[in-house]
Design a protein around this ligand. Sequence first.
Ligand code: ADP
Ligand code: MG
Length: 617
Amino acid sequence: MADIIQLLPDHVANQIAAGEVVQRPSSVVKELLENAIDAKATSIKLIIKDGGKTLIQVIDNGIGMSTTDARLSFERHATSKIRFAEDLFHLNTKGFRGEALASIAAIAHVEMSTNQADVDVGTQIKIEGSTIISQEAIVTPKGTSIAVKNLFYNIPARRNFLKSDQVELRHIIDEFQRVALAHADIHFEMYHNGNEIFNLPLANLRQRIVRVFGPKTNERLVPVEEHTEVVKISGFIGKPAFAKKSRGEQFFFVNNRFIKSPYLHHAIINAYEGLIKEQTYPSYFLYFEVDTASIDINIHPTKTEIKFDDEHTLYAILRSSVKHSLGQFSISPVLDFDRDKNLDTPYAYAQKEVQTPTIQVDANFNPFHGEKQTVSPGMKTSFRKEKSTNWESLYTGLKADEEETGFNEIEVESAEVSGNLFESDIHEDKITRTTYQIHRKYIVAAIKSGMVVIDQYKAHQRVLYEQFLKNITVKEALSQQLLFPLVLNYSVADMALIKELSETLSHTGFAFSKIEDEALEITGIPMNVAESEVSIILEQLLVDFQDGIPDSGFSQVDLLSKTLSKTLAVKPGELMNTGAQEALVNDLFACTEPELSPFNRPTYTTITVEELDKRFL
Ligand code: ADP
Ligand code: MG
């Protein structure tokens, strides 16, 4: 039999390696930025076109390359960073595999200009699909510029697999932020389609974080500092009151390399226990310095996971330093690290003022029923403008109590109703028209065939969803003008998203007078929204659109309407007066699709008289 094994030609091997190294434009961004840092650059510029599909260019002022090195840099396993296997245990550079440039050059059109000193003549190399097209001597400043064009031009399947420009840009921004946060001592700039997205001058860490995430961030940070023999921890954590619904701003760096560690993440979350609401996540920007010999970076091709020698010790140190910082800045209720958890003040009461005890009788209390629903602080939705309060105070738990004992009732906007359940379905008898709210969660009413039980939250979501969908499509939503413009601050990345959505948002009744830098100026809001809810809505929008804005106009409108409806609908636990109950029932059955919530959950169920009869046999 003839021999059949062959060595793969280099360009094929490179293309295969590229599959691992380059998943999407953001992977190229990461590799190029890291190379610039390894080249000791103090200023790095990232230029992107069309979400990185057309162009990714990184220009640095680092040490540059000689002509021979420039050519060699595109070979596989060509690296200046390690020589011996032992070097792997003392890595001080980001790269070391010598694979990135070879892989990138296999699947794109690459142009590199590099020079080791301003006075010398530099080198320019053009390479396409691993083939060198040209090499010339050129005049270029000290440093290196690498332009990667038409990524995956020769692998249509990979190119078609890329998401919308917006989604790819989001991934690039994530990668850029990770690198920029790890190197506050380097000047970074980023441009997309000619617009400046970031300009981050040299700064200390705190200033860098604030530059990246917006001016509001400053007051939200608490420093963490801990030096031990095994690890030096520094950085900042977010104050508990500013914990977010999205996981966004959580950053771990080990020796200035961004890493993911679910285990150490857990240590932090654990330290926040009892201080933040469920389903919210604190921000953190934490930097570990450890002996390079005590970690193994070579565990994952994209290198965001690393292995520590002694993870358990790190866990304990991290947890206690975070607790310590929270305590030191009087955010944590108790300082004792080994306290009994049961004695901790629950989050909702941490800032509550002392009140004279009064006797309260809950006439609805029934020990045989399940847990009583309460209004969750911060989730409250009101439909009456007068009720708007400083939304931060909603987090104290006081408001929730008032809601529980007071007679604050919710009025649901009642649109013109085309179908009336009561009239069409049941006798014109006064009593049977009555609706009941049970457990502040369900609305019960009699109908011809028996009874209907409506889930107030899900039903209201459906009503609002269809309303927003219609308003946005026919562009005739009513807007209420604000007396004073509302100014909210967001990070540059979030702002870019809001800008993108602003037109669609304006069809819901929002009006913006300024969407710039980090400040959003709002002059008008939808009719059925209270001013105090605006920031909650926008935060939810940012969470829901985290993975980018859908390409098609419809799914964008659909997602926006879903977000608005889930944020604004009457939550379980909210008391509804009879008028509101009745309006909700009528509005629901006037919907095009009353059976399901926008998230495909049933909105109501019916029980027939026969079914009831059977129970009494
Ligand atoms: P690695 O970074 O793992 O060494 P790369 O393929 O990313 O592998 O780069 C190969 C080599 O090219 C690097 O080791 C370095 O010597 C050189 N190089 C790449 N980018 C730059 C740059 N921006 N400035 C100077 N040298 C560079
Ligand atoms: Mg590299």
